[in-house]
Design a protein around this ligand. Structure first.
Ligand code: 9MR
Length: 386
């Protein structure tokens, strides 16, 4: 620990000298040993933020953050403004954050975040109009309990969803929506999600139980509602179907892509990519190639990369590989962007000890950041010390 401190201090001083206000947080060495950026390239390379380099390569780079994270820490503002072009709110646009247990709708909290994000020049991604988790199940249950019969209960639930979509689309100006999230099961056969694989816990609600045609009926309706609301309010936005484990689960990947191909209201396919360093290049290639074949926009929506079990695979190398393959395989017109699920390791949803992101606990740039920066700079053909 004592040995590492001067390296961190040197890193902070170097970064400060390269422009941009760097937070003066007490360095948290953790188990991670940063490289000196001078080992990779001249310090003046930092005249470019990651977003400039991503843009120069024809891809939008985004990050997720939550309400708890942005209040009271200026480091996040510095990093977001410098390095990211787009943002996804981790929780605040979800059903149970917008709809109360009596069914009233409030945007007060999230509007404060929208203003803050605009101040950081961030474009907004909408997450999410339809999910099984973090739904206002208390309110939905009162609708069901108050209905005369199961037919009326189903109608009330469907109406509540349509109203939610309408109000969300009216209220937010986003470049794209996750219209549905995680609608396929993990059974390895590409089945639609069903009650049997939904956890019966707080704010979990399987909308599909109330639609003709089950979960597929729900997904069809959600895309129709989103498209109609966009038309009604004279807005445009890409409409995504999004899921996790697509890189590991070929049946789920196939089911999602097939659905997207069959529904003209779907304009994008999203892969969360909560992966780890054991992920193979072939798995990423296969996934992206299949997604591109749909002809829709292709988005990596929730990227984070903790260490897997193979010690020689590094986070930095895998992140660079993911960007390389994305840029090689996805034609520019189909690129929906790459969003990291978080900024600093300190706030990852994976919890402590996973270190899955580009910045350490003190919002300092990690090796993965430096290598990705160097890769994008070189790929864009920009001078290292210009
Ligand atoms: O990042 C979100 C985290 O703060 C919440 O605790 C979690 C609860 O479900 O939801 C998180 O984000 C999820 C995203 O909305 C959908 N894909 C999986 C993400 C991680 O759970």
């Amino acid at each position: 620990m004592m040995k590492r401190f001067p390296i961190l201090l040197t890193l902070s001083l170097l970064l400060c000298a390269c422009g941009g206000k760097e937070p003066l947080n007490i360095p948290d060495p953790g188990p991670y040993k940063p490289l000196d950026p001078a080992d990779l390239y001249p310090a003046s390379v930092f005249k470019y933020g990651l977003k400039d380099l991503a843009k120069a390569n024809g891809v939008m780079i985004g990050a997720e953050f939550t309400h708890g994270e942005y209040t009271g820490d200026d480091s996040l503002r510095v990093v977001l403004k410098r390095d990211f072009e787009a943002v996804t709110f981790g929780n605040e646009m979800k059903h149970d954050n917008i709809v109360s247990n009596t069914g009233s709708i409030s945007f007060v909290w999230v509007d404060e975040m929208v203003r803050w994000a605009k101040d950081c020049d961030l474009k907004l991604f909408g997450h999410t109009l339809g999910w099984h988790s973090q739904q206002q199940s208390d309110y939905l249950q009162t609708l069901i309990d108050g209905a005369a019969d199961s037919k009326a209960a189903a109608a009330a639930v469907r109406e509540a969803h349509a109203e939610f979509v309408d109000k969300m689309v009216e209220h937010f100006d986003v470049y794209a929506w996750d219209v549905v999230n995680e609608v396929f099961s993990d059974d390895g056969a590409g089945s639609w999600r069903s009650s049997s694989n939904t956890q019966a816990n707080y704010h979990v609600f399987l909308w599909g139980d109330y639609y003709e045609g089950g979960t597929k009926g729900f997904v069809d309706a959600a895309f129709k509602e989103a498209k109609e609301a966009l038309q009604k309010y004279g807005k445009t936005a890409d409409l995504y179907i999004n899921d996790y484990n697509l890189e590991w689960n070929p049946a789920k990947l196939e089911a999602l892509c097939k659905y997207a191909e069959g529904n003209p209201d779907v304009t994008g396919v999203g892969s969360q990519m909560h992966c780890n360093t054991d992920l193979s290049e072939d798995a990423i290639k296969n996934m992206l190639t299949r997604m591109v074949k749909t002809g829709k926009k292709v988005r990596i929506s929730e990227l984070d990369v903790p260490q897997g079990s193979i010690p020689t695979n590094t986070q930095a190398d895998l992140i660079v590989t993911i960007f390389k393959l994305y840029l090689d395989i996805v034609p520019e017109a189909q690129r929906g962007g790459i969003t990291f699920w978080g900024v600093s390791d300190k706030n990852s949803w994976l919890g402590k000890g996973k270190y899955p992101l580009l910045y350490n606990n003190a919002y300092q740039r990690k090796d993965s950041y430096l290598k990705l920066h160097a890769y994008l700079l070189e790929r864009a053909g920009l001078e290292k010390d210009s």
